[in-house]
Design a protein around this ligand. Structure first.
Ligand code: ADP
Ligand code: MG
Length: 556
C-alpha cells in the first residue's frame, strides 16, 4: 500500500467550508439529512446503472443506508451500498469546486440578499455540513464496478487539506465516518439520531437502518427506521398533509412548508403520476436567474430514479415548481437526448403545466391569502409565461395581479377580471402605464386625464412587465393599451374643446417645434393633462422610455 497522499482543498472549497460551518451552527443537525440524501442519491445511481449492467447489483442484497454510532470512539457513521466513488471521483466531488453549486453558494452567501444557510442542500455543498459537527471526517468508498483493492480512504479535518489513500474495501459503496467535536455528544444517542431521521429523511425511498439500542449502546440487531416507500405511489387517501409536507422538505431541501401541492395519477394508454409542489419562498437558484441546470423535478420510471428533469418536464416560467413525475411507460434506459424528442414526454409536460395552472387557479379562487403569498414570491416568474407559452396565455393572464389607480397602494392585487368588472359602459380598452417604480407610475402626468374621467389604470413597474406586454395585447376581447401611447379616445364634447385649444395654441406649438428641433418627433396639444403643463408621449410603435434605457444598459 502506498503512503497516504496529502492535498489541499481548492480555495473556494476552503471558503465554503468556513461559511458552512459558521453559518449553519444553529441548525447543525441537518448534516444527517445531507449525508443520508447523498447516500440515497448513490443508491439511485446504482439502481439506474444496473439497468444496463445487472452484474453491478450482484453480491449484496437490497440497496440500503445504515446509520450507526459508537459512544466510545465518538463517531457517527452513515454508509450506503450504492454506486460508490473511484479515487478520481472522490477528488472531483469532495475536494474541488466540481459543481457550479459551490460557486453559486458563495455568490449567494456573500451577496447582500437575506441568505439562509439552512438551504445549503440546494447548492450541492451538502457534504461539507459534516464539518459542522465533526472535527475529522473519514470517507471510505469503492465504486461498484471496481475491485475491492481499488477502494479509497479520504480524510480531512476540514481546515484546508485532506489525505487520500488506497484501501481494501470488500463491500461496494460509501461510508462517511464523523469524528464528533467535543461538545456534540447529543448525536451519540440512538434515539436522537432516530428522531432526526424520522424528521428529515422519513421519505427517503430506501430503507434506513439503525442498530437497536441496548443499555444506551448500539446492539447487534438492526431495524428499519424510516417509512422507505415512494410517497407519490400511494393513493391520496392514505397520505396525510404532514406526510406531504415532510416529503416536500426532504425533496426540496427546504425548511419551510410547501404552500400547496397537486397529486395526480393518469391511467390510460400512457400512465403516469405527478406530485407537484409550490414552495412558500423562492429558492436561491430562482433568485439568481436559475438558468443553469434547473433542479427540483425528479423523473422516475416505475419508481426508479432516472434524473433531474425539470427542464424537460416544465417550461421555464414554472421553474419554481418542485416535485416528482413517475412514468410507467418510458423505456428505462432513456437519456436526456431521447427525452428531448419524446412524444410521451411532451404529453407529460403538458399535463404538468395544466396541473400547476389548475392548482394556481384554485388557490386564487379559494385561498386568496395563500395566492398573495405565491404571487409575491413568484408572480414575476409567472409573467414570463405570457411570452413563453402562447397556448396557455389566457389562463396565465387570468392569474396575473397588478397595482392599480383603484387598487390597494403598491400591492399587486388587481386582476384583469377585476379591472373589466369595473369598466365604464362602452370602455373597450384596459389601460396601463409602465414605469420604474410604483411612485413613478402613480405620479406620472399621463394619468391626469384618466383620473379626471375616473378611468382605472393598471400601474406596472416590474422589470419583466414590458417584455410581458410585448405578448399581451388583448384579454377577454379587450385591448390592452399604454396610456403614454398614441391618441386618447375622446368623446364629442372633448373633441370640440380639443380642437379649439389646438387652434389657440398654434403659435406656441410652432415656437416650441423651432426650439426643440429634431430632439422631438412632434409637438402636439394634449388632452392627457389637466394639471401639468407638458409631458412626453410615445407614438403607438415606440418603445417605452425605461425599456429603451434597459436595452441601452444591456448594450443594444
Ligand atoms: P450534491 O449532493 O448536491 O451533489 P454534496 O456536497 O452533498 O452535493 O455531494 C457532492 C458530491 O459528492 C455528490 O454529487 C456525489 O457525486 C459525491 N458523493 C457524496 N456522497 C456520496 C455517496 N455517499 N456516494 C457516492 N457519491 C457521493
Ligand atoms: Mg448532497
Amino acid at each position: 500500500n502506498a503512503a497516504p497522499e496529502t492535498r489541499k482543498f481548492e480555495a473556494e472549497v476552503a471558503q465554503v467550508l468556513h461559511l458552512v460551518t459558521h453559518s449553519l451552527y444553529s441548525h447543525k443537525e441537518i448534516f444527517l439529512r445531507e449525508l443520508i440524501s447523498n447516500a440515497s442519491d448513490a443508491c439511485d445511481k446504482l439502481r439506474f446503472e444496473s439497468i444496463a449492467h445487472p452484474a453491478l447489483l450482484a453480491g449484496e442484497g437490497e440497496l440500503q443506508i445504515d446509520v450507526s454510532w459508537d459512544p466510545q470512539a465518538r463517531t457517527v457513521t452513515v454508509r450506503d451500498n450504492g454506486i460508490g466513488m473511484s479515487r478520481d471521483e472522490v477528488v472531483a466531488n469532495i475536494g474541488t469546486i466540481a459543481s457550479s453549486g459551490t460557486r453559486r453558494f458563495l455568490e449567494a452567501m456573500s451577496s447582500q440578499q437575506k441568505t439562509d444557510a439552512r438551504l445549503i442542500g440546494q447548492f450541492g455543498v451538502g457534504f461539507y455540513s459534516a464539518f459542522v459537527v465533526a472535527d475529522r471526517v473519514t470517507v471510505l468508498s469503492r465504486r461498484a464496478d471496481l475491485p475491492a483493492s481499488e477502494g479509497v480512504r479520504w480524510e480531512s479535518d476540514g481546515k484546508g487539506e485532506y489525505t487520500l489513500a488506497q484501501a481494501d474495501l470488500p463491500e461496494r459503496g460509501t461510508a462517511v465516518i464523523l469524528h464528533l467535536k467535543a461538545d456534540e455528544d447529543e448525536f451519540l444517542k440512538g434515539w436522537e439520531l432516530r428522531s432526526l431521521i424520522r424528521k428529515y429523511s422519513d421519505h427517503v425511498a430506501f430503507p434506513i437502518r439503525m442498530p437497536k439500542e441496548e443499555d444506551g449502546k448500539p446492539g447487534n440487531e438492526w431495524e428499519t427506521v424510516n417509512d422507505a416507500s415512494a410517497l407519490w405511489a400511494k393513493p391520496r387517501s392514505e397520505i396525510s398533509d404532514e406526510d406531504y409536507q415532510s416529503f416536500y422538505k426532504s425533496l426540496g431541501h427546504d425548511f419551510n412548508d410547501a404552500l400547496a401541492w397537486t397529486h395526480n395519477r393518469v391511467e390510460g394508454s400512457q400512465s403516469f403520476t405527478t406530485l407537484l409542489y409550490i414552495p412558500e419562498q423562492p429558492p436561491f437558484d430562482l433568485m439568481m436567474g436559475g438558468r443553469d441546470e434547473r433542479k427540483g423535478l425528479k423523473l422516475y420510471i416505475k419508481r426508479v430514479f432516472i434524473m433531474d428533469a425539470a427542464e424537460e418536464l416544465l417550461p421555464n416560467y414554472l421553474r419554481f415548481v418542485r416535485g416528482v413525475v413517475d412514468a410507467d411507460d418510458l423505456p428505462l434506459n432513456v437519456s436526456r437526448e431521447i427525452l428531448q424528442h419524446n412524444r410521451q414526454l411532451e404529453r407529460i409536460r403538458a399535463a404538468c403545466v395544466k396541473r400547476v395552472l389548475d392548482l394556481l387557479e384554485k388557490l386564487s379562487r379559494d385561498e386568496p391569502e395563500k395566492y398573495a403569498t405565491f404571487y409575491k414570491a413568484f408572480g414575476n416568474t409567472l409573467k414570463e409565461g405570457i411570452g413563453e407559452d402562447p397556448a396557455n396565455r389566457e389562463r396565465i393572464a387570468k392569474l396575473l395581479r397588478f397595482a392599480s389607480t383603484k387598487g390597494d397602494g403598491a400591492a399587486q392585487t388587481v386582476s384583469l377580471d377585476d379591472y373589466i368588472s369595473r369598466m365604464a359602459m362602452g370602455q373597450d380598452t384596459i389601460w396601463y402605464i409602465t414605469a420604474d417604480s410604483y411612485a413613478a407610475a402613480l405620479g406620472s402626468p399621463q394619468l391626469e386625464a384618466f383620473k379626471a374621467k375616473g378611468i382605472e389604470v393598471l400601474l406596472m413597474f416590474d422589470r419583466v412587465d414590458e417584455w410581458m406586454l410585448n405578448s399581451l395585447h388583448e384579454y377577454e376581447g379587450k385591448k390592452l393599451r399604454n396610456v403614454a401611447k398614441g391618441d386618447l379616445p375622446l368623446d364629442e364634447a372633448d373633441k370640440k374643446q380639443q380642437e379649439e385649444a389646438s387652434k389657440a395654441a398654434e403659435p406656441l406649438v410652432h415656437k416650441l417645434k423651432e426650439l426643440l428641433g429634431d430632439r422631438v418627433g412632434d409637438v402636439r396639444v394634449s388632452a392627457r393633462l389637466t394639471d401639468s403643463p407638458s409631458c412626453l408621449a410615445l407614438s403607438d410603435y415606440e418603445m417605452a422610455p425605461h425599456l429603451a434605457r434597459l436595452l441601452r444598459e444591456a448594450g443594444h
